[in-house]
Write a protein that binds this ligand. Structure first.
Ligand code: ASP
Length: 330
């Protein structure tokens, strides 16, 4: 009986004409910030910077013409899903949007591996958001095409952390020597889990300000402690605000609470107002992964230090860079 081999193996060596075989990250998954070295970040930010220049100059161009992204979201999203769509379309590619899994076969009980194996028949890269920690890693085990983790429950949100770092770098011009204060829900907020880990590649000092029940998970504190990163925990912002170069505010993650009364008791614990900003450095930046639900008063928006809207735009360039890289075009 004739034997035949599959057209391409997992994370395949199959390379259509024009792809750069030696491009860093070609065909790779983006699952956790733990996979990055400092030199990788420099590379990604270099590409993101070029993407920015191209968008400013020409708006969109055909680097990923003919490529297709499947945007598979099992949890709500505005920024992540639309910025990946925008990124793909500005690069000349197209998108299969599955933002409402309840209208897909997932609602018929299809497993994640089967959904992934389906979508990769039609797409070249899959962006996945899922409520369970480790879902992207599981998907990547089954997928031949690159999987990009767009948030796995309370686990990680690596592309957000990359855009957060690109924001800090673009706004402050440096990472080494800075003090970053993270505020809010540090327990369930996946963005701070990824960001703290990524910042640990630099010479930074980290302050964690949260209600007692929403403290940074001990395993992350331990991980960074092993790398000798100075870290300190607080239950008030006042003592650390004047020394902070970045104030990274997060929303209390309502959807992760079993008891909504407990959520109600902590949701308004910290609110940044124009008065708060009086005690901050003149060059400090305020960041937030968004959505905000009251943690930053709208009157802060006019302060030039409010970087959270600019942060979203940096995200577009970083996501363009990542798509181009995993598809072998950067
Ligand atoms: N948009 C971010 C996330 O998906 C932050 C948040 O939802 O609070 O994790």
């Amino acid at each position: 009986m004739a034997t035949f081999s599959p057209p391409f193996r997992r994370k395949s060596p199959y390379m259509p004409f024009g792809d750069q075989r030696n491009a860093p990250f070609y065909g790779r998954d983006i699952l956790s910030v733990k996979q990055f070295k400092r030199s990788d970040l420099e590379y990604i930010f270099g590409v993101a910077h070029e993407m920015r220049e191209m968008v400013e100059r020409v708006g969109s161009f055909d680097l990923l013409k003919g490529k297709i992204l499947a945007n598979l979201f099992y949890e709500p999203s505005t920024r992540t899903s639309s910025s990946f769509t925008s990124a793909m379309e500005r690069l000349g590619g197209s998108v299969i949007p599955i933002n409402e899994v309840r209208y897909s076969s997932v609602s018929k009980g299809e497993s994640l591996p089967d959904t992934i194996r389906t979508l990769e028949c039609y797409a070249d890269v899959i962006v996945l958001r899922h409520p369970e920690v480790g879902a992207s890693a599981l998907a990547a085990q089954y997928a031949r095409k690159p999987i990009i983790n767009a948030g796995d429950g309370v686990g990680e949100h690596p592309t957000q952390a990359l855009l957060d770092l690109f924001t800090i770098f673009s706004e402050l011009g440096q990472m080494d020597g800075i003090t970053v204060t993270m505020l809010g829900d540090l327990k369930y907020g996946r963005t701070v889990h990824s960001l703290a880990r990524l910042l640990s590649l630099y010479d930074v000092r980290l302050n964690y300000v949260s209600p007692d029940i929403l403290r940074m998970p001990p395993e992350i504190i331990q991980e960074l402690g092993d790398k000798s990163i100075p870290q300190a925990e607080f239950d008030a912002l006042e003592p650390v605000l004047p020394q902070s170069d970045v104030l990274y505010v997060t929303r209390v993650q309502k959807e992760r609470f079993e008891d909504q009364q407990v959520y109600e008791s902590v949701k308004g614990a910290f609110i940044i107002t124009p008065e708060t900003m009086h005690n901050a450095k003149e060059r400090m930046i305020v960041m937030h992964p968004l959505p905000r639900v009251g943690e930053i008063h709208m009157d802060v928006d006019a302060d030039p230090r409010a970087a959270y809207f600019r942060q979203m735009e940096y995200g577009l360039y970083v996501r363009m860079a990542l798509l181009a890289m995993v598809l072998g075009k950067a």
